[in-house]
Design a protein around this ligand. Structure first.
Ligand SMILES: [Zn+2]
Length: 208
């Protein structure tokens, strides 16, 4: 079990090589939520193991929140949706692209608050993809940032690499949307998470 903050489980599905890859399982009092689904069987096995470690199974997952459409986040979506029966949600500008995985998708708006873990707030940060979203967890002062920010193995933050971005200038410019939130931890799909002082590091990254 890898509980990095109260109720927040970080699941490493990088299969031990190459670029780090992480998704999240939220063990909220109101229910269980998965953020992204990873790719390949390895990620499925890791999610199942994590669920078991908290005494849960696939059918306990009520919502699947998607950060964005890229394969390492949604390649397993159809299978995970079938295993869980959960409602799939993504930012509205990403919903059609995510639905191409063969699932129904509920659209989310920037600022919308989902009634889990004390309230999960949707933060739309376009650029890496059109409907890219981060998810703010005020109860633990953390943002699940997906690919909105990358980091190296030491946790040094950077904007997502240009080759992975639809509009890299927009992706760089819009990171400062995170500065509207009160957070200490920033959890990333790629690169080392920052568990304390993350807002100051994001501020520095934005040149503010
Ligand atoms: Zn991506």
């Amino acid at each position: 079990m890898v509980e990095v903050l109260k109720g927040v489980h970080a699941i490493d599905f990088s299969e031990g090589g190459g670029m780090g890859m992480e998704l999240w399982l939220l063990n909220c009092p109101e229910g269980t939520v998965l953020v992204d689904t990873g790719m390949r069987d390895y990620a499925i096995e890791k999610i199942e193991t994590e669920l078991k470690s908290i005494g849960k199974g696939w059918r306990d997952v009520e919502k699947i929140l998607i950060t964005h459409r890229h394969g390492d986040h949604v390649a397993n979506l159809k299978r995970v949706q079938e295993l869980t029966g959960a409602e799939v949600m993504s930012h509205k500008d990403e919903a059609d692209a995510v639905a191409e995985k063969g699932v129904e998708v509920t659209s989310l708006e920037h600022g919308q608050i989902l009634p889990y873990c004390g309230g999960i707030e949707v933060i739309h940060v376009p650029g890496h993809s059109d409907g890219n979203a981060g998810y703010y967890l005020p109860a633990v002062k953390a943002i699940l940032a997906g690919d909105i920010i990358f980091a190296d193995d030491e946790g040094k933050m950077e904007a997502p690499p240009e080759r992975y971005c639809k509009d890299v200038d927009q992706a760089r410019r819009e990171i400062n949307r995170f500065l509207d939130y009160d957070f200490d931890a920033l959890l990333l799909t790629h690169g080392k998470d920052t568990m304390n002082g993350a807002k100051e590091k994001v501020r520095a990254l934005c040149g503010k």
